[in-house]
Design a binder for this molecule. Structure first.
Ligand SMILES: [Zn+2]
Length: 67
């Protein structure tokens, strides 16, 4: 079981965060969280799935409206 979509890795020590996209399996999450932070070297990384991406319908609707 894994989450497909966007997710974010957050360091609990220095608040560094970066986004990743693609499938995130439980193994990958575990592997990521067991790595040291690239910025401060603390083992405090935490993977969090991001919410569903902004619906494109809205943009599309606005685009059509503007046109
Ligand atoms: Zn850090």
């Amino acid at each position: 079981m894994g989450t497909v979509g966007n997710w974010i890795i957050v360091c609990g020590a220095c608040a560094l965060e970066w986004k990743r996209s693609g499938p995130l399996t439980d193994y990958e999450q575990l592997a990521m969280e067991s790595r040291p932070c690239p910025a401060c070297g603390s083992y405090t990384l935490c993977c969090q799935p991001l919410g569903p991406p902004t619906p494109r319908r809205r943009r599309f609707r606005e685009y059509r409206f503007a046109t």
